[in-house]
Design a protein around this ligand. Structure first.
Ligand code: HEC
Ligand SMILES: [Cu+2]
Length: 362
């Protein structure tokens, strides 16, 4: 056996030629990844999409350069040091071990590379995490087999399209009503699973108007492949407001509540408990005063016993059952939005207590 050191391996002309060739190919691949017009194929719909693209370019460039050297040498050595006609059946190649210089460099170079990569990705990750928090809050809910969207002050759930205004920071809360789905908008370069019983959030700021496909990335059942039909519409503030108002009107009579148990036994209400609850949950929007003394919503003093107020805001008769209906389902009218029972955190018994209390006001 020939030991390294006793007879050093000579790197011949062929080796240096292939090294030069691989270096040229590696540089070409790096240039390719940096000039490739990515956004012509996949628009960058949100602000952080470009940072993700920068990371993608960096990883693709270094990854392809590395691959070209590894695969290139592999092929070259396999050919240059192949079995020669005169070699015996048990001939072995040159055996090399203990080359501290080589081992030092093949440890240090990958280490530096991984360190640079982690610094670059953590920085971009932080930029995504540090997107502003105080913008529009929207909820996307995965269902078999579509996503639905909830917006503040729109009753019920918006189906088919998700609209967002340009340049307004968005917090998107994600959850699921059945199984795990994956919410992915390729144009945003953001993806998150929607998990039943868990709310996760992503934050971003739309920067480019357009219609972008929303795709489910978790195999969620037989019609999973159908979950690529919905779109995210990013549009200017005026068009968004128009869409938003139209959805508000369209859903005005839809209840946000989980389909009612219908078991509100109004008669069992306790007016004292109702009075306390009213102070906690209602006084931010309602005064105990005549109907026209509005705070956010109307004054509720005469809600059940004022002859000049025969009907409730939803046009129904001012009787306990219909007041309970408004507390249960909420109502959006000319004054604004009365939250429903789930938004106000009211149980059926709470509703009965509140109605009993309102019934004592004259
Ligand atoms: C975020 C504000 C807000 C909160 C909190 C709120 N409401 Fe309302 N409420 C409204 C608005 C606004 C309306 C009127 C909607 C319209 O017609 O435009 C309303 C309407 C009503 C009505 C119908 C009044 C009528 O004359 O027809 C009743 C009853 C009512 N609220 C009771 C309550 C009770 C009880 C609570 C506490 C659990 C409560 N509201 C909490 C905003 C609120
Ligand atoms: Cu799905």
């Amino acid at each position: 056996m020939v030991e390294n050191g006793t007879q050093p391996v000579q790197l011949d002309r062929g080796f240096w030629m292939i090294t030069a060739l691989l270096a040229v190919l590696a540089v070409a691949s790096i240039v390719f990844w940096y000039v490739f017009p990515l956004e012509n194929y996949l628009p960058a719909a949100i602000v952080t999409a470009r940072q993700v693209d920068a990371l993608f370019r960096f990883m693709s460039a270094t990854g392809s350069a590395l691959y070209i050297f590894v695969a290139g040498y592999l092929i070259y050595f396999a050919i240059a040091y192949r079995v020669r006609p005169g070699d015996g059946p048990d001939a072995i190649g040159v055996q090399i071990h203990d080359n501290p210089k080589l081992e030092f460099w093949w440890t240090i170079i990958p280490l530096l590379f991984v360190l640079v990569l982690s610094v670059v990705s953590v920085r971009i990750w932080y930029e995504i995490l540090l997107e502003p928090e105080n913008g529009l809050v929207v909820e996307a809910i995965g269902h078999q087999f579509e996503f639905t969207f909830r917006y503040p002050q729109i009753n019920g759930e918006v189906t088919d399209e998700m609209h967002l205004p340009l340049n307004v920071p968005v917090t998107l809360n994600l959850t699921s009503s059945d199984v795990i789905h994956g919410f992915w908008v390729p144009a945003m370069r953001l993806k998150n699973d929607t998990v039943p019983g868990l709310v996760t959030s992503i934050r971003f700021t739309p920067r480019l108007p357009g219609r972008y496909p929303i795709i489910c990335t978790q195999f969620c059942g037989v019609l999973h492949s159908q979950m690529d039909k919905q779109v995210l519409v990013i549009e200017d503030k005026a068009s968004f407001d128009r869409w938003y108002r139209a959805e508000q009107q369209r859903n005005a009579r839809v209840s946000n509540a989980i389909p009612g148990t219908g078991t509100v036994a109004i008669a069992s209400g306790d007016a004292n408990a109702g009075k306390q609850l009213f102070a906690q949950k209602c006084t931010a929007c309602h005064k105990i005063a005549p109907f026209d003394q509005t705070l956010v919503g109307p004054g509720l003093k005469g809600v059940l016993h004022d002859p000049s107020h025969p009907n409730l805001v939803n046009g129904k008769a001012a009787d306990p059952a219909d007041v309970a209906g408004i507390l249960q389902n909420g109502y959006v009218g000319s004054m604004g939005a009365m939250p429903n029972a789930s938004a106000n955190g009211l149980s059926d018994q709470d509703i009965a207590n509140l109605v009993a209390y309102l019934n004592t006001l004259k």
